[in-house]
Design a protein around this ligand. Structure first.
Ligand code: SF4
Ligand code: SF4
Length: 366
């Protein structure tokens, strides 16, 4: 980034004008900006194309990004997780407040699912307490698992913990080819992912006759839309089954969102404008009707409230509360029922959720 001529020039110009130079963060923000690309207004576009207005409904899914620390540092990661992000981890106080809000949100909302993501969520101190609290309350729990976490120190009993508590595992495996997966997620990741899938199969995950769901997530390795879910499901099932004896429940495809590391990639390749056009041209009203932000609340590791995990990573919190510019937090609301009817915070990146099959089956993968 330091060698990026565009931002060097911008910084020079500001200095010449007697203003301060751009901070590293501001330069990143500019590089990632999707403004000025002739992208239509998302709000109006959705309604024009026959989907309902983007307004919050009663909450059914509480998605919690429990911390940004991860044992991997994948090239497409929209949360920019890595082993360096040790500080951004959910506290006991925020986790306890979440449980209070689940209990308090009964009038309009009926929270059915706790969806835990990260980073590598299993490595956070609050992961197991939150899972147990949610299961005691009868909620379904989703763990967005990067698979290799099973081989981190202290995680030897993770498959048994997840199985005993009936946690649904949603795992990222960007391709059934070793070369493609390692290119996106790091050398050796494919081999360890396959070993982890087999370990999950051993305790019953993905096996017919058990209730233990093991879903896989595919996302494209470049600036193109994913192929059809059905076609890819068949290919994954035969490739992973024949070569490795791995079983899974369902395969989901996700569109890459034009934010964070993927936005950097688009910028580097000079593909931002073409990718945004691809997303707009492939707008699907059914996907717009089903965008997860309509009935999901996303909570960051520090307790702030967002319409989705993507907005969380773009620092677009729900407005209001006592946090000033920081937006609304779990400590500002008595229950999630208060959020019903609020206008959703949408912008150009949202076209990633409505292109083709969309990117919104409860959002991100870990
Ligand atoms: S990016 Fe978030 S706010 Fe935008 S449409 Fe998708 S889920 Fe909704
Ligand atoms: S994509 Fe998932 S596994 Fe990869 S760095 Fe991000 S959070 Fe970690």
């Amino acid at each position: 980034m330091e060698t990026d001529e565009e931002f060097k020039l911008a910084a020079k110009r500001l200095k010449a004008e007697g203003q301060r130079a751009l901070t590293k963060e501001e330069r990143a923000r500019r590089r990632r900006a999707l403004d000025g690309l002739d992208v239509p207004n998302f709000d109006a576009f959705v309604v024009d194309r026959g989907a309902s207005a983007l307004v919050r409904k009663p909450t059914t899914i509480l998605q919690v990004n429990i911390g940004l620390y991860c044992n991997q540092a994948c090239s497409h990661c929209h949360v920019e997780s890595s082993p360096l992000r040790r500080e951004e981890v959910m506290s006991e106080a925020v986790a306890a407040r979440l449980v209070e809000l689940i209990d308090a949100s009964k009038k309009k909302s009926a929270i059915k699912t706790l969806d835990v993501t990260g980073g590598a969520p299993e490595l956070m101190a609050q992961f197991r307490p939150l899972v147990l609290a949610a299961r005691q309350r009868g909620l379904d729990v989703i763990d967005r698992c990067n698979l290799t976490v099973l081989y981190e120190p202290g995680q030897e009993d993770l498959p048994e913990f997840l199985a005993e508590n009936g946690v649904k595992v949603v795992a990222s495996l960007p391709c059934y080819s070793e070369a493609n997966t390692d290119a996106q997620r790091g050398v050796g990741v494919f081999e360890r992912s396959i070993a982890a899938l087999k370990r999950l199969n051993e305790v019953g995950y993905g096996i017919e006759g058990t209730d233990l769901e093991l879903d896989l997530m595919y996302n494209p390795g470049g600036a193109f839309l994913p192929p059809s879910q059905e076609t890819l499901d068949v290919a994954y099932r035969s490739e992973l089954g024949d070569a490795y004896g791995v079983k899974f429940s369902k395969l989901f495809t996700l569109t890459n969102m034009p934010i964070k590391r993927f936005a950097d990639y688009l910028h580097r390749e000079g593909k931002t404008e073409a990718y945004m056009k691809l997303l707009v041209d492939n707008f699907n009203p059914a996907a717009a009707e089903g965008v997860m932000c309509r009935d999901l609340v996303s909570v960051s590791w520090d307790g702030r409230l967002f319409d989705c995990d993507f907005n969380q990573q773009l620092d677009m919190p729900m407005k209001g509360g006592n946090g000033g510019d920081g937006g609304l937090s779990v400590f500002d609301v008595a229950s999630l029922d208060e959020l019903v009817g609020r206008k959703l915070a949408v912008d150009n990146h949202c076209f990633g959720c409505t292109a083709g099959a969309g990117s919104s089956c409860s959002g991100s993968t870990a």
